[in-house]
Design a protein around this ligand. Structure first.
Ligand code: AMP
Length: 198
């Protein structure tokens, strides 16, 4: 099964996609992590996008789409994948749908982790003070910019996936295990629907 986890910065997508990987074996694919690795390795892509990422802006759509499209065609994605941080806007989603179709694949389910702004700020500020998780883009104005960009560019994905009948919502303000259970229930229902071809 191929899953998209949708949610603002700090909504818990990373944490929940790791749990989904452990429970169901879906490969966790985080475009943010891929990009941070490129920046750390000082690859051509990393050097090109570094200042954009550090200011909380998006990397251009075609770069991201080609990066993730190549990745999902690799063998280790054959039991399914969970996308964390992609797509980030409707253009990415539409182009990605086309690529999936050309490769006989599709997204089965989109789970939105819903968290109010105040809690997003609190969580990321905590993350920013924990040394091992410190991220340049988790700070002050950059964080505000990332949340603003999420509202403007990423939230329109909600009606997009609702129209496709793929969207489910989970309360992302419960504790980690409760959220994981809510997600698991939805995935199990979806597995049943796929099996019964509903
Ligand atoms: P994340 O770890 O998902 O918060 O991503 C960190 C940063 O990587 C974002 O603020 C963007 O600069 C970049 N990024 C990650 N995924 C995407 C995407 N799908 N489209 C554009 N930029 C992205």
């Amino acid at each position: 099964m191929n899953v998209i986890l949708l949610g603002a910065p700090g909504s818990g997508k990373g944490t929940q996609s790791i749990i989904l990987n452990k429970k169901f074996g879906f490969l966790q694919l985080s475009t943010g992590e891929m990009i941070r690795q490129n920046i750390e390795d000082k690859t051509e892509l990393g050097l090109m996008v570094q200042s954009l990422v550090n200011s909380g802006e998006f990397v251009n759509d075609d770069t991201i789409i080609s990066m993730i499209s190549n990745r999902i065609l690799m063998k280790d994605c054959k039991n399914g994948f969970v996308l964390d941080g992609f797509p980030r806007n409707v253009n990415q989603a539409k182009k990605f749908d086309k690529i999936l179709k050309e490769n006989n694949k599709k997204i089965n389910i989109v789970i939105e982790l819903k968290v109010i702004k105040k809690i997003l700020f609190e969580r990321i500020q905590n993350r920013a003070t924990e040394a091992n998780e410190a991220r340049e883009d988790d700070k002050g104005e950059v964080l505000e910019n990332r949340i603003k960009i999420y509202e403007e560019q990423t939230e329109p994905l909600i009606p997009y996936y609702k129209d496709l009948g793929l969207h489910y919502e989970v309360n992302g303000m419960k504790n980690i295990d409760e959220i994981a259970l809510d997600i698991e229930k939805i995935i199990k229902i979806k597995f049943k629907m796929i099996k019964e071809k509903i």
